[in-house]
Design a protein around this ligand. Sequence first.
Ligand SMILES: [Zn+2]
Length: 298
Amino acid sequence: MLCDTRLLLNMAKDRGVCAFNIYNFEILKAIVDVAEELLIPVIIQVSEGGLEYGGGLSLVNLVKTHLKGTKAPYALHLDHGRDIDVIRSAIKWGFTSIMVDGSHLPFEENLKFTQMVVDIAHRAGIPVEAELGTIGGTEDKITGDMHLVDPAEAEIFVSKTGVDFLAPAVGTSHGAFKFKGKQEIRFDLIEEVSKRTGVPLVLHGASSLPGWLLDEAKRSGVDVEGMNGVPYEVLKEAVRRGIRKLNADTDLRIAFITGLRNSLIENPGVIDPRKHLNRGMEWIKRIVRERMEILWNP
Ligand SMILES: [Zn+2]
Protein backbone atom coordinates (compact mmCIF):
# COMPACT_ATOMS: atom_id res chain seq x y z
CA MET A 1 0.00 0.00 0.00
CA LEU A 2 1.37 3.38 -1.02
CA CYS A 3 1.75 5.66 2.05
CA ASP A 4 3.04 9.09 2.98
CA THR A 5 6.84 8.87 3.32
CA ARG A 6 6.59 10.71 6.68
CA LEU A 7 4.48 7.86 8.00
CA LEU A 8 7.12 5.27 7.03
CA LEU A 9 9.95 7.20 8.62
CA ASN A 10 7.90 7.87 11.75
CA MET A 11 7.01 4.19 11.97
CA ALA A 12 10.73 3.48 11.96
CA LYS A 13 11.40 5.21 15.33
CA ASP A 14 14.88 3.80 15.98
CA ARG A 15 15.03 1.50 12.96
CA GLY A 16 16.34 1.98 9.43
CA VAL A 17 14.06 2.06 6.38
CA CYS A 18 15.63 0.83 3.15
CA ALA A 19 15.26 2.97 0.05
CA PHE A 20 16.02 1.23 -3.25
CA ASN A 21 16.35 2.80 -6.69
CA ILE A 22 14.30 1.34 -9.51
CA TYR A 23 13.97 2.10 -13.23
CA ASN A 24 12.29 -0.98 -14.64
CA PHE A 25 9.67 -3.58 -13.79
CA GLU A 26 12.11 -6.35 -12.86
CA ILE A 27 13.75 -4.46 -10.01
CA LEU A 28 10.41 -3.14 -8.76
CA LYS A 29 8.88 -6.63 -8.73
CA ALA A 30 11.86 -8.17 -6.92
CA ILE A 31 11.69 -5.54 -4.15
CA VAL A 32 7.93 -5.83 -3.75
CA ASP A 33 8.09 -9.64 -3.61
CA VAL A 34 10.49 -9.40 -0.66
CA ALA A 35 8.59 -6.61 1.13
CA GLU A 36 5.33 -8.59 0.88
CA GLU A 37 7.07 -11.57 2.41
CA LEU A 38 8.70 -9.59 5.26
CA LEU A 39 5.93 -6.99 5.69
CA ILE A 40 8.52 -4.31 6.43
CA PRO A 41 8.25 -0.71 5.12
CA VAL A 42 10.32 0.08 2.05
CA ILE A 43 10.88 3.20 -0.02
CA ILE A 44 10.93 2.85 -3.78
CA GLN A 45 12.81 5.70 -5.32
CA VAL A 46 13.44 6.90 -8.84
CA SER A 47 16.15 9.35 -9.92
CA GLU A 48 15.79 11.79 -12.81
CA GLY A 49 17.89 9.39 -14.90
CA GLY A 50 15.67 6.51 -13.78
CA LEU A 51 12.54 8.36 -14.86
CA GLU A 52 14.10 9.11 -18.23
CA TYR A 53 14.99 5.43 -18.72
CA GLY A 54 11.64 4.15 -17.49
CA GLY A 55 9.49 6.44 -19.61
CA GLY A 56 8.49 9.00 -16.95
CA LEU A 57 4.80 8.72 -16.16
CA SER A 58 4.69 5.20 -17.64
CA LEU A 59 7.09 4.01 -14.94
CA VAL A 60 5.19 5.84 -12.20
CA ASN A 61 1.92 4.28 -13.32
CA LEU A 62 3.60 0.88 -13.36
CA VAL A 63 4.70 1.35 -9.75
CA LYS A 64 1.29 2.56 -8.60
CA THR A 65 -0.52 -0.27 -10.38
CA HIS A 66 1.87 -2.89 -9.05
CA LEU A 67 1.42 -1.66 -5.47
CA LYS A 68 -2.38 -1.96 -5.57
CA GLY A 69 -3.51 -4.56 -3.09
CA THR A 70 -0.10 -4.93 -1.43
CA LYS A 71 0.12 -5.24 2.36
CA ALA A 72 3.52 -3.79 3.30
CA PRO A 73 3.86 0.03 3.58
CA TYR A 74 5.55 1.59 0.54
CA ALA A 75 6.60 5.12 -0.35
CA LEU A 76 7.47 6.46 -3.79
CA HIS A 77 10.26 9.00 -3.67
CA LEU A 78 11.98 11.20 -6.27
CA ASP A 79 15.73 10.82 -5.73
CA HIS A 80 18.05 13.80 -6.42
CA GLY A 81 15.55 16.17 -8.01
CA ARG A 82 17.51 19.01 -9.58
CA ASP A 83 15.25 19.94 -12.49
CA ILE A 84 12.28 21.98 -11.31
CA ASP A 85 10.11 20.64 -14.17
CA VAL A 86 10.83 17.05 -13.11
CA ILE A 87 10.06 17.98 -9.49
CA ARG A 88 6.73 19.55 -10.49
CA SER A 89 5.87 16.47 -12.57
CA ALA A 90 6.75 14.12 -9.70
CA ILE A 91 4.42 16.03 -7.38
CA LYS A 92 1.66 15.91 -9.97
CA TRP A 93 2.18 12.22 -10.70
CA GLY A 94 1.70 11.13 -7.09
CA PHE A 95 5.16 10.64 -5.63
CA THR A 96 4.78 10.52 -1.84
CA SER A 97 7.96 12.56 -1.27
CA ILE A 98 10.61 14.29 -3.30
CA MET A 99 14.25 15.09 -2.81
CA VAL A 100 15.47 18.49 -3.86
CA ASP A 101 19.19 18.39 -4.52
CA GLY A 102 20.74 21.83 -4.40
CA SER A 103 23.97 20.45 -2.96
CA HIS A 104 25.95 21.59 -6.02
CA LEU A 105 24.98 25.20 -5.24
CA PRO A 106 26.57 27.54 -2.67
CA PHE A 107 24.80 27.43 0.74
CA GLU A 108 22.59 30.52 0.22
CA GLU A 109 21.48 29.37 -3.25
CA ASN A 110 20.83 25.83 -2.02
CA LEU A 111 18.72 27.39 0.75
CA LYS A 112 16.70 29.50 -1.72
CA PHE A 113 16.20 26.67 -4.21
CA THR A 114 15.16 24.30 -1.42
CA GLN A 115 12.77 26.89 0.07
CA MET A 116 11.08 27.31 -3.30
CA VAL A 117 10.65 23.55 -3.75
CA VAL A 118 9.41 23.06 -0.17
CA ASP A 119 6.83 25.77 -0.80
CA ILE A 120 5.53 24.02 -3.94
CA ALA A 121 5.63 20.53 -2.43
CA HIS A 122 4.06 21.40 0.92
CA ARG A 123 1.19 23.15 -0.81
CA ALA A 124 0.52 19.77 -2.44
CA GLY A 125 0.98 17.99 0.91
CA ILE A 126 4.22 16.28 -0.16
CA PRO A 127 7.23 16.06 2.19
CA VAL A 128 10.69 17.06 1.02
CA GLU A 129 14.21 15.69 1.52
CA ALA A 130 17.17 18.02 0.92
CA GLU A 131 20.92 17.51 0.82
CA LEU A 132 23.48 19.55 2.73
CA GLY A 133 27.20 19.34 2.23
CA THR A 134 28.08 17.30 -0.87
CA ILE A 135 27.92 13.52 -1.06
CA GLY A 136 30.79 12.60 -3.36
CA GLY A 137 31.10 9.95 -6.05
CA THR A 138 29.04 9.25 -9.15
CA GLU A 139 25.48 7.99 -9.63
CA ASP A 140 23.36 8.58 -12.71
CA LYS A 141 23.73 12.28 -13.51
CA ILE A 142 25.04 13.18 -10.06
CA THR A 143 28.77 13.49 -9.65
CA GLY A 144 31.01 15.55 -7.39
CA ASP A 145 33.59 15.87 -4.63
CA MET A 146 32.74 15.27 -1.03
CA HIS A 147 32.21 18.16 1.38
CA LEU A 148 31.06 17.25 4.86
CA VAL A 149 28.02 18.89 6.41
CA ASP A 150 28.39 21.69 8.96
CA PRO A 151 25.91 20.99 11.82
CA ALA A 152 25.41 24.71 12.57
CA GLU A 153 24.50 25.30 8.90
CA ALA A 154 22.22 22.26 9.00
CA GLU A 155 20.26 23.75 11.90
CA ILE A 156 19.77 27.06 10.05
CA PHE A 157 18.98 25.26 6.80
CA VAL A 158 16.25 23.05 8.27
CA SER A 159 14.61 25.83 10.26
CA LYS A 160 14.64 28.26 7.30
CA THR A 161 13.50 25.80 4.63
CA GLY A 162 11.13 23.60 6.62
CA VAL A 163 12.41 20.42 4.94
CA ASP A 164 11.02 17.21 6.38
CA PHE A 165 14.11 15.01 6.01
CA LEU A 166 17.77 15.88 5.60
CA ALA A 167 20.59 14.07 3.79
CA PRO A 168 23.77 15.38 5.42
CA ALA A 169 27.12 14.55 3.81
CA VAL A 170 28.84 12.53 6.53
CA GLY A 171 31.48 10.60 4.61
CA THR A 172 29.65 8.15 2.32
CA SER A 173 29.73 8.52 -1.45
CA HIS A 174 27.78 7.35 -4.48
CA GLY A 175 28.86 4.45 -6.70
CA ALA A 176 30.86 1.25 -6.25
CA PHE A 177 34.11 2.86 -5.07
CA LYS A 178 33.13 4.44 -1.79
CA PHE A 179 36.36 4.68 0.15
CA LYS A 180 39.94 5.01 -1.00
CA GLY A 181 41.42 3.78 2.28
CA LYS A 182 39.68 3.00 5.52
CA GLN A 183 35.96 3.77 5.55
CA GLU A 184 35.25 6.88 7.59
CA ILE A 185 31.73 7.82 8.47
CA ARG A 186 31.43 10.71 10.86
CA PHE A 187 29.00 9.34 13.45
CA ASP A 188 29.56 12.48 15.53
CA LEU A 189 28.21 14.61 12.66
CA ILE A 190 25.14 12.37 12.28
CA GLU A 191 24.41 12.67 15.98
CA GLU A 192 24.91 16.42 16.12
CA VAL A 193 22.87 17.14 13.00
CA SER A 194 20.12 14.87 14.32
CA LYS A 195 20.04 16.68 17.66
CA ARG A 196 20.15 20.17 16.16
CA THR A 197 17.58 19.61 13.40
CA GLY A 198 15.21 17.04 14.91
CA VAL A 199 14.28 15.66 11.46
CA PRO A 200 14.80 12.08 10.21
CA LEU A 201 18.17 11.84 8.48
CA VAL A 202 18.97 10.11 5.20
CA LEU A 203 22.17 8.28 4.33
CA HIS A 204 23.06 8.34 0.63
CA GLY A 205 25.65 6.02 -0.85
CA ALA A 206 24.71 3.39 1.74
CA SER A 207 25.19 0.21 -0.33
CA SER A 208 27.17 -2.41 1.58
CA LEU A 209 28.70 -4.51 -1.23
CA PRO A 210 28.95 -7.47 1.19
CA GLY A 211 31.76 -9.98 0.64
CA TRP A 212 29.52 -12.78 -0.62
CA LEU A 213 28.07 -10.50 -3.29
CA LEU A 214 31.47 -9.25 -4.48
CA ASP A 215 32.79 -12.85 -4.51
CA GLU A 216 29.86 -14.04 -6.62
CA ALA A 217 30.12 -11.00 -8.89
CA LYS A 218 33.80 -11.72 -9.42
CA ARG A 219 33.08 -15.39 -10.11
CA SER A 220 30.59 -14.37 -12.78
CA GLY A 221 33.23 -12.20 -14.45
CA VAL A 222 32.46 -8.72 -13.10
CA ASP A 223 35.57 -6.62 -12.55
CA VAL A 224 35.14 -5.78 -8.86
CA GLU A 225 38.69 -4.56 -8.31
CA GLY A 226 38.65 -1.70 -5.81
CA MET A 227 34.88 -1.80 -5.23
CA ASN A 228 33.76 -1.37 -1.62
CA GLY A 229 30.73 -0.40 0.42
CA VAL A 230 29.56 0.49 3.91
CA PRO A 231 29.47 -2.59 6.19
CA TYR A 232 26.15 -3.42 7.87
CA GLU A 233 27.56 -2.79 11.36
CA VAL A 234 28.50 0.74 10.32
CA LEU A 235 25.01 1.31 8.90
CA LYS A 236 23.44 0.04 12.13
CA GLU A 237 25.54 2.47 14.15
CA ALA A 238 24.45 5.26 11.79
CA VAL A 239 20.82 4.27 12.51
CA ARG A 240 21.49 4.44 16.25
CA ARG A 241 22.77 8.01 15.76
CA GLY A 242 19.75 9.27 13.81
CA ILE A 243 19.72 7.88 10.24
CA ARG A 244 16.22 6.64 9.27
CA LYS A 245 16.39 6.22 5.47
CA LEU A 246 19.26 4.30 3.88
CA ASN A 247 19.67 4.59 0.12
CA ALA A 248 21.07 1.77 -1.98
CA ASP A 249 21.38 1.43 -5.72
CA THR A 250 24.87 -0.03 -6.29
CA ASP A 251 24.10 -3.21 -4.30
CA LEU A 252 21.13 -3.91 -6.57
CA ARG A 253 23.06 -3.12 -9.73
CA ILE A 254 25.80 -5.59 -8.82
CA ALA A 255 23.27 -8.26 -7.80
CA PHE A 256 21.24 -7.85 -11.01
CA ILE A 257 24.31 -7.98 -13.25
CA THR A 258 25.70 -11.00 -11.39
CA GLY A 259 22.46 -12.92 -11.83
CA LEU A 260 22.22 -11.98 -15.49
CA ARG A 261 25.83 -12.91 -16.21
CA ASN A 262 25.51 -16.25 -14.41
CA SER A 263 22.44 -17.15 -16.40
CA LEU A 264 23.80 -15.94 -19.74
CA ILE A 265 27.04 -17.84 -19.27
CA GLU A 266 25.38 -21.04 -18.00
CA ASN A 267 22.64 -21.06 -20.63
CA PRO A 268 24.09 -19.92 -23.95
CA GLY A 269 21.27 -21.64 -25.82
CA VAL A 270 18.47 -19.86 -23.96
CA ILE A 271 17.11 -16.97 -26.00
CA ASP A 272 14.09 -16.27 -23.80
CA PRO A 273 15.12 -13.05 -21.99
CA ARG A 274 12.70 -13.87 -19.15
CA LYS A 275 14.86 -16.82 -18.05
CA HIS A 276 17.88 -14.54 -17.65
CA LEU A 277 15.92 -11.66 -16.13
CA ASN A 278 14.38 -14.04 -13.60
CA ARG A 279 17.87 -14.94 -12.42
CA GLY A 280 18.74 -11.25 -12.12
CA MET A 281 15.60 -10.77 -10.01
CA GLU A 282 16.51 -13.72 -7.79
CA TRP A 283 19.81 -12.04 -7.00
CA ILE A 284 18.19 -8.69 -6.30
CA LYS A 285 15.85 -10.44 -3.86
CA ARG A 286 18.83 -11.86 -1.97
CA ILE A 287 20.46 -8.51 -1.34
CA VAL A 288 17.16 -6.71 -0.71
CA ARG A 289 16.05 -9.31 1.86
CA GLU A 290 19.39 -9.19 3.64
CA ARG A 291 19.43 -5.37 3.84
CA MET A 292 15.82 -5.02 4.94
CA GLU A 293 16.13 -7.63 7.69
CA ILE A 294 19.42 -6.30 9.03
CA LEU A 295 18.56 -2.59 8.97
CA TRP A 296 14.97 -2.83 10.22
CA ASN A 297 15.93 -4.96 13.23
CA PRO A 298 17.93 -2.86 15.70
ZN1 LIG B 1 22.13 9.95 -3.51
